[in-house]
Design a protein around this ligand. Structure first.
Ligand SMILES: NC(=O)C1=CN([C@@H]2O[C@H](COP(=O)(O)OP(=O)(O)OC[C@H]3O[C@@H](n4cnc5c(N)ncnc54)[C@H](OP(=O)(O)O)[C@@H]3O)[C@@H](O)[C@H]2O)C=CC1
Ligand SMILES: CC(=O)N[C@@H](CCC(=O)OP(=O)(O)O)C(=O)O
Length: 330
């Protein structure tokens, strides 16, 4: 059995990690940490986890083969030294996802620049072989995962794209914030980040496309939809072929139907699963490609992808503990 510890288990990503790891046949959870809930049973913070025999601890001296860092960005680089020698690390923050130059442009100064190159960018569909050998894995951002998966087949052919993102409230984490209380957050179509969203950095690094994000907060609890626009002379048949590369991928589905209730990706139909759904259309009159990418930010955009990375890094079947269909209706 793999002994796994979750640092930041009281947050939304931490809670999802514990839920997935508790159902994983090859994992034993050795520690779930929280500074604020030390000693409490896990269901006092995550009521959905009632029945699990786990208590939060604030003691970071535990035995683990893999440590998941589910802490805010800027925090992982402060605490990482405690684990680097003793376990594989899967960091869900943004601290080790991009090169130092990109990091400085989007986030500021880095406290551990010497470690950045030691990390593998944990997007299995692109970096599977490096992940197999990795000790340190930087799990991608949720928005970045959706956009990179859709854009990657165009790498080297385009240099710019406009990206419209609609994101759910759980993407902002559990921390207190007046903009997130129900009367303020419900019913919104709020411009959250008009430009220069930090996940652009990952897309630029992985696809070499200057992707320009505008991010909207919409009235969803989980899930996100990316709509991506760029000019290109192509047709729908050729666009379809671009995505043949994903035909054998267990967690990427191409969604493109002529009729019926769902013609193109919609976060509603991936919630609770590790799927990323990708679709496309071609506006012939304007020679404009439009791509669509939907996923559950807490699963393929976070905890599920982290478990997928763990499976790969420990030589297990990549889909172990992740092979379930979305919850519907939600
Ligand atoms: N929410 C999402 O959709 C996604 C989030 N991510 C990333 O995952 C990480 C976690 O996100 P999320 O769960 O949403 O955030 P939350 O704010 O919900 O949770 C973060 C947790 O980290 C713990 N924490 C904070 N500071 C420290 C510290 N110095 N030492 C130890 N623990 C600390 C807190 O627990 P306590 O105070 O109890 O110790 C808190 O519960 C972030 O980096 C985020 O960017 C990545 C993909 C998707
Ligand atoms: C607080 C807040 O407004 N959150 C946003 C989502 C945040 C997001 O997409 O998160 P990153 O910028 O960390 O990726 C929301 O509620 O929709």
């Amino acid at each position: 059995m793999i002994k796994a510890a979750v640092i930041g288990a009281s947050g939304y990503i931490g809670g999802e990690l514990v839920r997935l790891l508790a159902m994983h046949p090859e994992v034993e959870i050795s520690a779930v940490t929280s500074r604020h809930h030390n000693g409490k049973k896990i269901h006092k913070v995550h009521p959905n986890l009632r029945g699990l025999d786990l208590r939060f601890t604030n003691n970071y001296n535990f035995d683990a083969d893999v440590v998941f860092l589910a802490v805010p960005h800027g925090t992982s680089m402060k605490i990482i030294d405690d684990y680097v020698e003793s376990a594989k690390i899967i960091d869900l923050s943004a601290d080790f996802r991009v090169s130092l130059n990109l990091y400085k442009e989007y986030y500021g100064e880095h406290l551990k620049p010497e470690l950045i190159d030691e990390f593998v960018y944990g997007l299995p569909e692109i970096h599977r072989e490096e992940i197999r050998r990795a000790e340190l894995i930087a799990n991608p951002g949720c928005n970045a995962t959706a956009v990179i998966l859709a854009l990657y087949p165009f790498k080297g052919e385009i240099s710019e794209a406009i990206v419209d993102l609609k994101v759910s409230s759980s993407a902002g984490g559990r921390r207190e914030n007046v903009a997130s209380i129900h009367p303020e957050r419900s019913n919104v179509v709020r411009i959250y980040k008009p430009s220069h969203h930090r996940h652009e950095a990952e897309v630029r690094q992985e696809t070499k496309v200057n992707a320009q994000f505008t991010v909207h907060s919409v009235d969803l609890i989980r899930g996100l939809l990316a709509t991506i626009y760029f000019k290109m002379e192509i047709n729908e048949k050729e666009l379809y072929k671009k995505y043949f590369r994903y035909l054998k991928e267990p967690f990427v589905r191409i969604v493109k139907e002529k009729g019926g209730m769902q013609r193109l990706p919609d976060p509603k139909y991936v919630i609770g699963s590790n799927f990323a759904d990708i679709g496309f259309t071609y506006d012939e009159r304007n020679q404009r490609v439009v791509l669509f990418s939907a996923l559950d930010n807490l699963i393929k955009g976070g905890a599920g992808q982290a478990v997928q990375n763990m499976n790969i890094a420990f030589g297990l079947d990549e889909t172990l503990g992740l092979n379930y269909l979305p919850v519907y209706p939600v």
